[in-house]
Every structure is written in C-alpha cells, then in structure tokens.
Design a protein around this ligand. Structure first.
Ligand code: ADP
Length: 690
C-alpha cells in the first residue's frame, strides 16, 4: 500500500474508521481503473471513430456534389467543344482561302454547312461583293397614257394582232416618262414583231434595244440588256443553233459572274431561262452542272441577303463606328430577330461578313447538348437565352459566338437528388449511433460481468475463511475434551459421559461439514453420483430428525414431526435425502432459533409425488434474497445471519440433490415470521438418475 493511499484513507476515514475507508478506497480504485481501461481501449476509440465516420459523411456529400459538378462540366465542355469545332473549321478554311487569295464568298457550304450568305465590304464600308445594295432606279411611276397604251398592246397580242400590238408598244415607248419605261416598251415591241413572224426585223429591234437601254432595269428588276440578249440569242438559235447556243452560254457565264443587286432577282431569272433552254439542247453537261450549282448558290445567297438586309444595314453602321479587329480575327454578333449570326473578319483593308443560319445552329447545338447529356444518366443539358433555372449546376455562355446563349446543366431529378442525399445521411448517422450505443452497452455489460466475477472471487475467499472457521470449533472442542479425559482430569462419571457425548457430537458435526464440502466439490466437478433404491421416506426423515434432535433442542427449539405411517416407498439415494433434511434442519437451528419451533411434515401428493415441508418461525428471508439463497457461497449480508457460522453451500447442495432426484424445491418466507422449504419428490426416479 502506498503512502498516498494511506494518507487518503486517513482523511476519508475520520469518524468511520480507517479500515472501512481503505476498503472503500480500494473499491473506488478498482472502479477508476476499470473506467480508465475501458475508456482508453473502447470508449475513446469508439468516439474518435464516430467522429471520423460523421465527418466522412460530410466529405462524401461534398465528393458527390463535386462529382456531379464535374460531370456537368463535361457536358458543358462537350457542347462548347462542338461549337468550337464547328466555328474553328469555318475560321480555319476561311483564313486559308483569304491567305491563298481565293474568294471566301463562293462555295459557302465548304466553309460551314450553316453559312447562308457572305459579303465583302471595302475600307469605306461599301458593299463590294457579291451583291450590290439596291439603289433607287429613279424610275418614276408610268404615266396614265403609257400604262393604257401598253395594256392595249398586250390585249392585241392576246388576239394575235401582233403587228398592231407592235404599233401600240411603239406608241407607249414614245409616251414613256422615263428611258427605262421606253426600253421596256421597245423590248415588248420587238417581242410582238418576233411573234408576228418577222425574225430578222425582230433581231434588229432587239439589237437596238440592247444598244440603247442595256443597263436600265425594268419595273420588275430585270436588266433590259439581259432580257434583250436572251431574246437575241433565242432568235439567233432558230436561225443558226450553233451561234444561238454560243450566245446563250456566254450570257449565262456573264450573268453568273456579274454583281447582282440585293432584292433584284432578274439576273437569276434570266440565267435560269437560258440554262433551261441549253439543257434541252444537250450542252456540255459538266458546264451545265457547274453553272446550275453556281446559279443555285447565288440565288440562295441573294435570297438570304435580302432576308438579312436589315441586319446587313446594322452591320455596316456598326462597322463604321466600331473598332477594327486584327486581320484574320473573327468577331461574332447575334441578330436573333433576323435569324442570323454574323461573323466578321478584316483582311487586306476589306471586311468580310458571313451570315450563319442562327436557327439551324441553335437547333444542332441543342441536339449536341442532348447527345452529350444522354451519356450521363443524372444530368440534363439545356440551351437557354434566359437566366438558368434554380438547380443548375454549371452554366456557361457560348462565348464568343453566342453571347446571349447559355448552356445550363442540372440534375435530371433535383428533388430526388436531395432526398437520396438526406436518406444516405440519416442511414449513416443511425449506423454510427448504433455502433456507439453498442460499445456503451458493451462497456456496461463488461462492467457487470466484471462485478459478478469480483463478487464471486470475494465469495470464494469468504468461503475458504468460513470453512476454516467452522472446522476450528469442533476440532478445538474434541481436542479439549479428549485431553481432559486423557489427563484423567474428569472424576465424575456423569461428567465423563458428557465429555464422550460431546466428542461424538462434535465429530459428527465435523464429518457433516466435511461431507458437505466434499459433496460440494464433487458436485462442482460434476462427479457426484447417486444410487437410487426403494426407500421408506418416513424412516429417513425420522432418523435425520433424531440425529439433529440434540442440536435443535440445545437451541431451544420444539420439534413437531408430522410423518404418516403409510407414506409410499420412493426411489431415492438414502444418504443424499438424509443430507437434504440435515442441512435444512441445521439452517432451522441457526436461523429459526428465535421462533423456538421447527416443523417437519411429509405427505403423499397425488399418485406420483411426496411432499416434504420443513418450517421454522425464525428470522425469515427477504423476498429479494429468496432467489439467490440457492446460489453457491451465497450468504445473506444481514448481521442476524452473519452472527452464525456458515459456508453458503448448504442450500446449493440441497437444491442439487433434489433436482437430481427429479424433484423441486421452493421457499416460502416472510422476514420476521419464519421460513418454510417445500420439497417435492417423484415416487419413481428420473430416467437419467436411475
Ligand atoms: P449457510 O447456512 O452456510 O450460510 P446455506 O446455503 O445453508 O448457507 O444458506 C444460505 C443462506 O440462506 C443463509 O446464509 C441464510 O441467509 C439463508 N437461509 C437459509 N435457511 C434459512 C432459514 N431457515 N431462515 C432464514 N434464512 C435462511
């Protein structure tokens, strides 16, 4: 024991005694040591583990968020990549053409499938190619006389009065209030002459028209010279096909190469007529194909140029105010109302403007987005012009091409995502709590187990001490009495007899005690065997009571024996049953002495059992102890019990023997009123006991 422990015990022990204080201290130390060991080896690790488990939940949630964000990023990247690829190819091939001095205004489909029209402006902002901006022709409205006369001529033509019609057309030409109107009437006149059947005269008339009015446009946007040239070629073809077709071919080449004017489809129409004629004559198919393609392309461009003309005007305005970008650097402008996306680039003091079909581009990008998100089951991509919706994970504008267009990627099922997260979190927290709870329960159980073991160890120690005590008293008695006799110190016969009786009595007590201890030890080892024979229970009871009579009476107990003569024979081990009764009577002698009475009663019970009841009117057993008195080494802590010597194995042996006989033992007791032990034996022995 350390100095420290002694000092603490001294302080605690004031008024209670140091020994008690020291015992308490040792007990407290045991508890503290247990708490420390379990705290360090179980509880603290469990708490640390739960802390990490709980924080890993947060980490995993963050990881899940980061993962879905990464996937969303991938989808956005793919859409962006798609646009980048498409525009990258366009910019590359356009720059190549510019660098090689080839026009980027033709074969637009090779530059980009979305390209609808392309324009070139000079440094002053004038549209140079491929079309001209429409200028006012300066044609006044035709006067009333002209209009009337022209209609009359057309009416005459309907009636096949071609010569007369030609006259009227001439009259109209004379009355025309502008050269273009005059040219138109002259052209119509030449047509009437031709239909009248005067080819040579018509040819002369067309030639005159061509010479006088070639660069004027009629009311429908046709260049009068082109129409005259077409008619001339057709007339010539009738006369000399070779010559005529040659002229038609030249006309087509010239028209396709000419600069057309936006909103004036005349050149395209004349070229189409000429080509149609040539197709029927079996012209060079290569040339025909090329021309047809070129015509279609220019027609298309012209159509788009007209549709985009408002945007083009804006672009020109912008161009004059805006800063010049570096040569070869593309700039993009969206004109959603016009359905156009414009790309502009400077090259050698020229500005090129390319019009993309905005609708088709957006449609295909949306398709690309759908394709990209179809590869990921959890996210959905959208192409938006508005603010992205609430649950969007990643949103990026499609700069630099579509400043107003945003690719937004969000979870397919945002609520589901949140719910799943919540569910997982709850499940994990519950698991952690269960684990912590179980380790706490484990600690409590271990503490109880330890406590029980400690108690049992203490009981064993008590048992050893009690046995030694119990042995000492009869041995001392026998020795004293024996020595007195041996030394001849007893002269009186009665006295001598009393000494002999005492020696016999004490040796009986000694052998009972030793029997009990030996029996208990063989019971504990599982080595105890019983031999069952048909016996007279009444006789066994009577003999046992007789053996105990001395002890009982010396304690002042009246014995009331109630055993009928006609008790049936039962199969038992005589010694064992005798030991049961002796042990119970010995207890009655100790704990029932106050009541001054002990009762032994035996009865037949039904056809198969006998009942035995051994009662006293002593101190009784509290209800909470009744279940434990049969446990090995158990002795009540009550001082009234502790006053007597005992080993705590008497009832353990009793119960064992009874149960080995297939019987039952039960206690009925009220503290202060006495105790009765009821035992039931079967008439026939148990199968296993036989
Ligand atoms: P021991 O008598 O040696 O203590 P037992 O196993 O015979 O051990 O009895 C166990 C305990 O049961 C006793 O210590 C006592 O508290 C209680 N007990 C047994 N018989 C009686 C009785 N007749 N009256 C009151 N208490 C009893």
């Amino acid at each position: 024991m350390s100095w420290f422990q002694r000092e603490v015990a001294r302080v605690l022990g004031r008024g209670r005694g140091e020994v008690r204080a020291l015992q308490d201290l040792i007990a407290i130390e045991g508890v503290l040591r247990f708490t420390a060991v379990y705290g360090i080896t179980v509880l603290i690790p469990a708490l640390v583990l739960s802390y990490f488990a709980l924080s890993s939940i947060r980490a995993e949630e963050l990881y899940v968020d980061a993962d879905i964000e990464r996937r969303a990023e991938v989808v956005v990247e793919q859409v962006h990549h798609e646009a980048e690829g498409s525009f990258g190819r366009f910019e590359g091939s356009t720059r190549d053409r510019l660098a090689q001095n080839q026009s980027p205004l033709t074969a637009l489909a090779d530059l980009s499938p979305y390209l609808r029209a392309a324009f070139r402006f000079d440094a002053n902002g004038n549209l140079v190619a491929p079309f001209a901006l429409p200028q006012s022709d300066g044609n006044p409205e035709p006067n009333a006389f002209y209009r009337r006369t022209f209609l009359e001529a057309r009416g005459l033509e309907q009636e096949n009065e071609f010569r007369k019609a030609a006259e009227r057309f001439r009259a109209a030409a004379r009355a025309a209030n502008s050269p273009a109107l005059a040219g138109e009437a002259e052209l119509a006149r030449a047509g009437a002459i031709r239909r009248a059947g005067f080819a040579a005269e018509a040819e002369v008339a067309y030639t005159t028209v061509y010479a006088d009015y070639a660069n004027l446009r009629d009311q429908y946007g046709f260049q009068i010279g082109d129409r005259a040239a077409l008619e001339l070629a057709l007339v010539a073809a009738e006369r000399d096909p070779e010559l005529g077709y040659g002229a038609l071919t030249d006309l087509v080449d010239k028209l396709l190469a000419a600069k057309w004017t936006i909103g004036r489809p005349g050149e395209a129409a004349v070229a189409r007529l000429a080509l149609a004629k040539l197709e029927r004559t079996g012209a060079d198919p290569d040339w025909l194909g090329r021309s047809r393609t070129r015509l279609d392309e220019r027609k298309n461009q012209l159509y788009w140029a007209e549709r985009l003309s408002s945007g083009l005007a804006l672009l020109i305005e912008d161009r004059s105010t805006g800063q010049r970008s570096d040569p070869g650097e593309f700039r993009y402008t969206e004109q959603r109302e016009a359905g156009a996306l414009w790309a502009t680039v400077w090259w050698n003091d020229d500005l090129y403007a390319f019009a993309f079909d905005h609708v088709a581009l957006v449609r295909d990008l949306a398709e690309a987005a759908r394709h990209a998100d179809s590869l990921d089951a959890d996210v959905r991509a959208m192409l938006l012009t508005t603010t992205p919706p609430q649950h969007t994970i990643v949103a990026r504008t499609l700069q630099p091409w579509f400043p107003t267009l945003t690719v937004a990627v969000g979870p397919i099922d945002p609520e589901g995502l949140v719910a799943t997260k919540q569910r997982k979190r709850v499940a994990r927290i519950v698991i952690v709590l269960i684990a912590v709870g179980m380790s706490i329960v484990g600690v409590v159980l271990a503490a109880r187990l330890l406590n029980r073991e400690l108690e049992s160890a203490k009981m064993k120690a008590d048992f050893a001490a009690n046995v030694s005590h119990e042995l000492r008293s009869p041995i001392t008695q026998i020795r004293l009495k024996g020595e007195a006799l041996q030394l001849g110190l007893i002269y009186d016969d009665t006295d001598r007899q009393a000494h002999y009786d005492a020696i016999v009595h004490e040796s009986e007590r000694l052998s009972r005690l030793v029997d009990n201890v030996l029996d208990f030890s063989s019971i504990e080892r599982g080595a105890k065997r019983y031999t069952f024979r048909p016996e007279d229970l009444g006789e066994i009871v009577q003999n046992s009571v007789e053996s105990a009579r001395n002890t009982l009476e010396s304690r002042g107990l009246d014995i009331e024996l109630d055993v009928p003569d006609d008790l049936p024979v039962i199969w038992v081990d005589r010694e064992a049953v005798s030991q049961v009764i002796t042990n119970l009577l010995s207890n009655a002698a100790k704990y029932g002495a106050e009541g001054g009475w002990v009762g032994i009663r035996a009865r037949r019970s039904g056809d198969h059992h006998v009942k035995l009841a051994i009662s006293d009117k002593g101190i009784g057993i509290p209800a909470e102890e009744q279940a434990r008195i049969f446990d090995r080494f158990y002795r009540s802590a009550d001082p009234k019990v502790r006053r007597f010597r005992g080993t705590g194995i008497g009832l353990t042996i009793v119960r064992y023997i009874v149960e080995e006989h297939g019987g039952e033992i039960r206690v009925d007791s009220t503290p202060g009123n006495g105790t009765t032990f009821f035992i039931t034996f079967p008439l026939e022995p148990r199968e296993s006991g036989a």
